[in-house]
Write a protein that binds this ligand. Structure first.
Ligand code: ATP
Ligand code: MG
Length: 389
């Protein structure tokens, strides 16, 4: 295979002895994600990965995949040369010959500090060679082209353009979580943030169909599909929530509706998490953004749930969340109008600072046991996968 990309890691997971765990996970993920791009081979090196591939045209797709895979710090298309200066000169001259380049500089890095020449000496030798043969001016500050030369243990790598990865940890290394996704702007961003910390995700959506139309379901399917670019194939569990809502509406004070909806969402989520072997729940809550998101109400909502609830957006402003939603491509879908289950019969004056004991007492009075059981019996599971759509 005669084409090569180099991948540099972002964080090395827990460092030291656990590094192979991190690298194995990243290699497995890349193995799966790169499959559709023709023949390729991933070679593990101590501090980076090499991806060899056979078709030159594959680069565009490989680049897209690498830029959407968590755990990568940066990556580039590279050329591997024998470890001597003599091999670099003809390579660079023939590479640059005939190209119209206004200015250049050489940037050498040595991971092998025993190499006979220093980085600065190599910069100078190669710079002078190119300048004297091709006449291209050397500009150190802002050249049109930077030629990166890397003196590694057994070889020299050359590359011309670096790309930033997403950073974070490879998907799967931190275990599975269950992400509550509403179709709004926040929860897809929350799922993405947690994915970035290495979690695999099962998605969970509550809908009120047939009390509402199925627009929220369609939106969430679309959003999970968009997030596949980062996560790969995903499972989406749909929970019919209207019977539980009706029970709450008829039996509890109006001001407590939303809090009780949320408590039941978490109770159901916890049951599903157990089946999915998910270690935590994830929500898009952000402190003070809406009335159910005061500290008191968050406490009252969470009290019935034993699993940890991860709230990656808790300290984010709406504008910060929107800017991430735009950058990951979920924003436009999120703002499409829908009939969300929680917008049904929303109280005019919801309670702002609920007491946990109060909410628990209200919950005890609900004739909801059988409804809860029926709801669990009627969940639906979808697999969201590009290939199958
Ligand atoms: P979002 O933008 O994600 O809808 P939000 O700021 O509108 O969030 P809420 O509507 O109060 O806030 O919801 C808080 C969180 O509860 C959501 O981020 C999501 O994790 C969860 N949630 C709300 N509604 C649903 C739903 N229908 N299905 C699944 N999870 C939901
Ligand atoms: Mg919402």
């Amino acid at each position: 295979m005669n084409h090569l990309a180099i991948i540099k890691f972002d964080e090395i997971f827990l460092k030291g002895k656990n590094r192979p765990l991190f690298i194995n996970q990243l290699v497995n993920n890349l193995d799966r994600r790169l499959k559709s791009n023709g023949d390729f081979l991933i070679v593990r090196r101590r501090l980076f990965l090499e991806v060899e591939y056979s078709k030159k045209d594959s680069w565009k797709e490989i680049k897209k995949t690498l830029s959407q895979t968590f755990g990568i710090g940066k990556f580039y298309k590279a050329f591997k040369l024998p470890k001597n200066i003599a091999s670099l000169k003809p390579f660079l001259l023939s590479f640059l010959e005939g190209k119209s380049i206004a200015s250049f500089r050489i940037k050498t890095k040595r991971s092998d500090k025993t190499f006979s020449k220093t980085s600065w000496e190599i910069d100078r030798i190669l710079g002078e060679t190119i300048h004297s043969h091709l006449g291209i001016p050397i500009i150190l500050k802002t050249p049109e082209l930077t030629i990166y030369v890397e003196i590694a243990t057994n070889e020299i790598f050359v590359h011309f353009q670096e790309f930033s990865g997403l950073g974070g940890l490879p998907t799967g290394i931190s275990g599975r979580v269950l992400s509550l996704i509403s179709g709004g702007i926040d929860s897809p961003v929350a799922a993405w943030q947690i994915m970035k910390r290495g979690c695999s995700i099962t998605f969970l959506h509550f809908h009120s169909y047939p009390l509402t139309n199925n627009s929220s379901i369609e939106k969430v399917r679309e959003i999970v599909d968009l997030l596949q670019a980062f996560h790969g194939k995903s499972k989406l569990t749909l929970v019919p929530f209207s019977e539980i809502q009706k029970c709450i509406i008829t039996n509890a004070p109006t001001a407590y509706r939303i809090l009780l909806y949320r408590r039941y969402m978490f109770k159901i989520a916890q049951k599903i998490a157990l089946k999915e072997k998910a270690l935590a729940l994830v929500t898009g809550e952000s402190l003070g953004q809406v009335s159910s998101q005061t500290i008191q109400n968050i406490t009252a909502i969470s009290a019935g749930t034993k699993l940890p609830i991860l709230r990656p957006l808790i300290g984010y402003n709406k504008s910060e969340i929107i800017s991430i939603a735009k950058s990951i491509g979920t924003f436009n879908t999120s703002i499409e109008p829908d009939q969300d289950c929680c917008s049904l019969f929303v109280p005019k004056r919801p309670v702002l600072f609920a007491k946990t004991t109060e909410v628990s007492e209200l919950e005890k009075k609900l004739p909801i046991k059988n409804i809860f059981k029926n709801t669990l019996a009627n969940i639906e599971n979808l697999v969201i996968s590009k290939q199958k759509r």
